[in-house]
Design a protein around this ligand. Structure first.
Ligand code: GLY
Length: 392
């Protein structure tokens, strides 16, 4: 169903009472998860509703630590702070010993765990870990093409590409420049987002998931999907990474050319939402499809809209805040887990990966919770009722 801002405004919006109740429910579940997920982390996605305990591996463990910091901010309970601090130590060892870090996802891992710890508690070890992670990410910067290589060994021909998700890794670099005074990190981040938006944004305002860069010339070469339905489709989470990623770079750079880019990617997302406002995993699918949803894409987009609304003129700020609060209402009502016996996660109906003829994925975490969905849900709830100082 094609949505317009007029149709969107007819949906109910999340009000403060609903959000506070949703936060209370979510924090209750987080509290009951603490005994298992302090020395261990939840798996990237749940299995029939339940996360398993894992070591600090993959790109997803920082989300849980971020959830703990948010729970700590809301409650002031020492148990959350202590558990998050135990995990910060784990992140220090992960980056010092280079465990499963041969990829670009240092921002996802270290902004929400260690930068958050430093901002909230002044933890110097956390700062050191986050700066090591920023250096590691900077090592993936490719001068030829001016971008951060997402996957594979640095400079590997078959992986000479960027992916839209990386926009969420850039705040770690902006932050590193702020705390060290060394502009090189922010410069790489700014070059990366310029390269990225130049090639991933299509004329119809949808986005490619990944884009190869010519190793010889540094020019954008061609786009392919990794997790979307087709090379030319709009993977819902990718579009959401675009929304929030552009808003975060705007926060640091204040370059007004990003306002129009934000509107383009966001309006595409909003106008393609199905009737119940929870996107399918790819915008190829619409109301009535039997394909699974990706609630995490909606939560990410809400955070992006609420961040960007801070910098927009009143009319546009109201438009995006209004849309965000309507999607948030739908998320709370249809995806918010209220029953710890049904799941130990917070946000139901996410999709990590879905196989298709044109992508290389196997089904994974389909119609399950995922840790980033939980994190962005908590962040979206927080942002919708408070002037929150972000961890990014
Ligand atoms: N950043 C990987 C994903 O969104 O699945």
């Amino acid at each position: 169903m094609a949505q317009t801002f007029e149709t969107l405004m007819k949906y109910p919006a999340a009000d403060e009472a609903l959000v506070k109740k949703a936060l209370e429910t979510a924090i209750g579940i987080v509290r009951s998860d603490l005994p298992v997920f302090t020395d261990h982390f939840p798996s990237s996605n749940s299995f029939q509703g339940f996360y398993e305990a894992t070591e600090n591996v993959e790109w997803t463990t920082g989300f849980w630590t971020g959830v703990l910091w948010l729970a700590y901010e809301h409650t002031d309970e020492d148990a959350f702070r202590q558990a998050a601090t135990v995990q910060v130590d784990s992140f220090f060892h992960r980056i010092a010993d280079k465990i499963d870090v041969n990829h670009h996802d240092m921002g996802f891992l270290f902004s929400l765990s260690c930068v958050a710890a430093y901002k909230l508690t002044g933890n110097e070890k956390a700062k050191e870990a986050a700066l090591m992670a920023a250096d590691h990410l900077a090592g993936r910067y490719r001068e030829k093409g001016k971008f951060l290589q997402a996957w594979g060994s640095v400079g590997e021909a078959s992986e000479y590409r960027l992916i839209i998700d990386c926009l969420l890794n850039l705040p770690l670099l902006y932050w590193a420049s702020e705390v060290t005074g060394d502009k090189k990190y922010a410069c790489m981040a700014e070059n990366h987002i310029k390269t990225a938006v130049n090639c991933i944004l299509r004329e119809d305002d949808s986005t490619y998931h990944t884009y190869f860069i010519d190793m010889e010339t540094g020019e954008p070469s061609y786009g392919v999907t990794h997790q979307g339905n087709r090379n030319d489709s709009a993977w819902a989470r990718g579009q959401a990474w675009g929304i929030y990623g552009i808003a975060l770079s705007y926060h640091y750079l204040r370059d007004d050319s990003y306002i129009r880019l934000f509107e383009r990617v966001t309006d595409f997302f909003l106008c393609h939402l199905p009737e119940d406002l929870i996107p399918y995993w790819d915008f190829d699918f619409d109301t009535g499809s039997a394909e699974p949803r990706d609630s995490s894409a909606a939560a990410i987009a809400v955070c992006g809209m609420l961040e960007m609304a801070k910098y927009l003129d009143r009319e546009r700020a109201e438009k995006y805040t209004g849309a965000a609060k309507r999607i948030l209402y739908a998320l709370i009502r249809t995806c918010g887990n209220a029953d710890p016996k049904q799941s130990n996660g917070l946000l139901l109906h996410g999709t990590y990966a879905r196989d298709s003829a044109e992508n290389t994925c196997k089904n994974r975490g389909v119609d399950e919770c995922n840790t980033w969905g939980d994190y962005f849900y908590m962040e979206a709830l927080t942002r919708s009722i408070a002037d929150w100082e972000m961890y990014w």
